[in-house]
Design a protein around this ligand. Structure first.
Ligand code: PAF
Length: 281
């Protein structure tokens, strides 16, 4: 694996050396890599001549400074895992490479997606995500961008951003990787102690109950009882909701339509999100 730290170097390499690569797959990350990231690398490798991964903990997407400071970094292990996964190129920029002119704000038009769910609880977060991915896509000219569905709203937001600014980039979303007991893989799980990790399994359990019962029972009742269970386990809930594919909240299901049940909850200052996608019977 070749590691580039400079924007100019990776851009030149991709333009000159990689011109024979018919397709380039790109997996942007903030490091602290886990099986979820590695599954994106694996899919990209199957589908492309070249796979590029980036590791950059993007300050502009953290609305909470302590979340940024505490964001786990495991660089040595990340490099080891990427080598093992057969990633071709790692882009490892410093802040100045990504934001050479400081944090110049470009306003991305994200519509309602900006103010609901993650947008509501993390003001400015999606502008920061768009800012960094827009810049990364200028540097790493790829054909396909690989994203994990755990960040469902991020996938919708980045689809909107790429439609406008990188219309030739195809976005492929991949399934959430989970532990044996269903906990969604996340870099933030590294901050959970053993007890909290066990407790956090309640999120998947409750999402699964709602998904499995949604066709037979009132959504309100299901959401209320899941919410009681999650709070009872020690979490503070930001949101727990059932929505359509576009993240519009719904009150009843229509046969054959696709829905998302999603949650964000915090335990001991560690905020976790998860979702399940299902089709109404
Ligand atoms: O999902 C993430 O890890 C980040 O939001 C991303 C897409 C790498 C942008 O910093």
């Amino acid at each position: 694996m070749i590691i580039y730290k400079k924007t100019q170097e990776i851009s030149d390499w991709l333009r000159i050396e990689a011109k024979n690569a018919k397709t380039i797959g790109f997996v942007p990350t903030m490091g602290a890599l886990h099986e979820g990231h590695l599954s994106l690398i694996e899919v990209s490798k199957k589908e492309n001549d070249l796979t590029v991964c980036s590791i950059f903990v993007n300050p502009t997407q953290f609305n909470n400074p302590s979340d940024f400071e505490k964001y786990p970094t495991t660089l040595e292990n990340d490099i080891y895992l990427l080598e093992k996964a057969g990633c071709d190129i790692l882009f490892l920029p410093q802040k100045d490479e990504i934001y050479p002119d400081g944090f110049l704000k470009k306003n991305y038009t994200l519509g309602y997606l900006e103010n609901i769910f993650e947008g509501k609880y993390r003001p400015g977060h999606f502008q920061g995500v768009c800012m960094v991915v827009d810049r990364l896509l200028d540097i790493v000219s790829c054909h396909t961008l690989y994203l994990g569905r755990k960040d469902y709203q991020q996938c919708l937001v980045l689809q909107k951003m790429t439609n406008e600014f990188h219309p030739n980039v195809f976005i492929k979303t991949c399934e959430t990787k989970r532990t044996e007991n269903g906990l969604a893989m996340s870099s933030r799980n590294l901050r959970l102690n053993e007890t909290e990790r066990k407790t956090a399994e309640v999120l998947f359990k409750c999402l699964s109950q709602i998904k499995n019962e949604a066709n037979h029972q009132s959504l309100d009742l299901l959401l209320n009882s899941a919410s009681d269970e999650i709070v009872g386990a020690g979490f503070d809930i930001d949101y727990l909701a059932v929505t359509d594919e576009a993240l519009i909240e719904i009150t009843h299901l229509t046969k054959g339509e696709i829905y998302v049940v999603l949650v964000a909850a915090t335990i001991n200052n560690i905020r976790l999100i998860d979702n399940l996608i299902f089709t109404a019977l």
